[in-house]
Design a protein around this ligand. Structure first.
Ligand code: SR1
Ligand code: MG
Length: 398
């Protein structure tokens, strides 16, 4: 089925015909711009003469940079379900959701253009206090509230079945867990980094990556964001009260392993840390970035422990919680390593590394890959964020 795509010229008429999605924007005075800079969507911001604004996000039927790569527009339904669940169990932790137009494969969202994409802020060397903690709590609330810890099992099974997102998960399965660890036309890197890339293809790495992919394919613990990298997070302007970080771009959402979202954050923090080291950013910034994994995990763990007494099934004992948290930590470290690797080696590289000049790029890529290999292969022997920070420091500062 072909879905008519919006343009900057047709958005005002669309808003006039869909006032329930317009968030109070006056279509008569709306100025519209298209700001999508990701791989898969059109993103329009409409702002009227009084300053009211709304975001319309419409699924494209293909990858923006490769129209021969088809991607089903139905993924917008997965994203809509993600926003609905987040609003229920973790209110305020994502961009505000105004609703879905199922015919046009479109959702309307809060305009956060006065905020900054976290990756941009990190790339610029800006400290953004509170972001790691907010995201750790978001992951905890989403995990607890959509899993059999926080909901009756029958509801969870039904929700998990309704959250299928097969084609987008296939992208993750291929681009995250398979392609970067073998020869593939999607891959590329500077020649100087080849030893670090090839070191990711030995049996020790591949066995761990296989275990992590298996976990991604088989664990339906709770709803996950599914693509929680630093480019899927807005951070607040300085002086903002309350929540400092909000997630967006929920289209890869599915029922999956909770550790996958934590790992996405950890892996992208590693990329930010590698960039900061390569550029010789001030010590205060580098120390702050180095603490982000620990800040995120601490907030996740504390929030999970806070919610634990509200669990709906007493079969989940306190001792089980300790085991589950420990295993979630080790998996998150492994997922973090894999997520860092895919952003350096595979398709969908990131600006943290790509925008650097050659020598800095080689330094950052080498540091990230060397660290990621250790995260993947040594994760079971790394019991804490403090020890992970030591492991990371060794490679990033080498
Ligand atoms: C074809 S989509 C490529 C990547 O962009 C998104 O951010 C996801 O991470 C996906 O793997
Ligand atoms: Mg995205």
């Amino acid at each position: 089925m072909t879905v008519e795509l919006l343009t900057v010229d047709t958005v005002p008429a669309y808003l006039a015909a869909h006032p329930e999605l317009a968030a109070g924007v006056d279509p008569g005075t709306a100025a519209v711009r298209e700001v999508g800079d990701g791989n898969l969507n059109l993103v329009f911001i409409a702002e009227d003469a009084a300053g009211a604004s709304v975001v319309l996000k419409q699924s494209l039927p293909y990858v923006r940079t490769d129209h021969s790569w088809a991607v089903p527009q139905d993924r917008i339904f997965a994203e809509a379900r993600g926003y609905e669940d987040a609003a229920r169990v973790a209110p305020g932790s994502t961009a505000g959701y105004h609703g879905l137009d199922p015919e046009r494969r479109l959702i309307a969202l809060e305009d956060l253009s006065s905020w900054t994409v976290w990756r941009t802020a990190l790339n610029e060397g800006r400290v953004t206090p509170g972001a790691g903690g907010d995201l750790g709590r978001y992951v905890a609330r989403l995990a607890f509230g959509t899993s059999a810890f926080g909901r009756p099992a029958a509801e969870v099974r039904a929700a998990a079945a309704g959250a299928l997102n097969i084609e987008l998960c296939r992208i993750t399965e291929d681009l995250v867990f398979t392609e970067p660890f073998r020869d593939h036309e999607h891959n590329g890197w500077d020649a100087e980094v080849s030893p670090a890339v090839l070191a990711l293809r030995d049996d020790a790495v591949l066995a761990e990556v296989a275990e992590l992919k298996w976990r991604f394919l088989t664990a339906a613990e709770g709803r996950i964001h599914g693509d929680l990298h630093t480019g899927s997070v807005f951070v607040a302007p300085p002086g903002t009260e309350g929540v400092q970080a909000k997630a967006f771009d929920l289209e890869f959402g599915v029922y999956g392993p909770v550790a996958f979202d934590l790992g996405a954050l950890f892996g992208n923090v590693l990329l930010a840390q590698s960039r900061a080291a390569a550029l010789g950013r001030p010590e205060a910034f580098r120390t702050w970035v180095a603490g982000l994994v620990g800040e995120t995990w601490a907030a996740f763990e504390a929030e999970f422990r806070r919610l634990w007494p509200q669990r709906v099934d007493s079969a989940f004992t306190d001792r089980f919680l300790e085991d589950w948290l420990r295993e979630t930590w080790h998996r998150a470290v492994g997922f973090g390593g894999v997520k860092a690797v895919r952003r350096v080696v595979g398709w969908a590289k990131v600006s943290d590394v790509q925008t650097l000049e050659h020598d800095e790029r080689v330094k950052a890529a080498g540091a990230a890959l060397t660290t990621a290999r250790r995260w993947i292969t040594e994760r079971q022997g790394i019991p804490s964020a403090a020890m992970l920070a030591d492991v990371t420091r060794e490679a990033v500062l080498a």
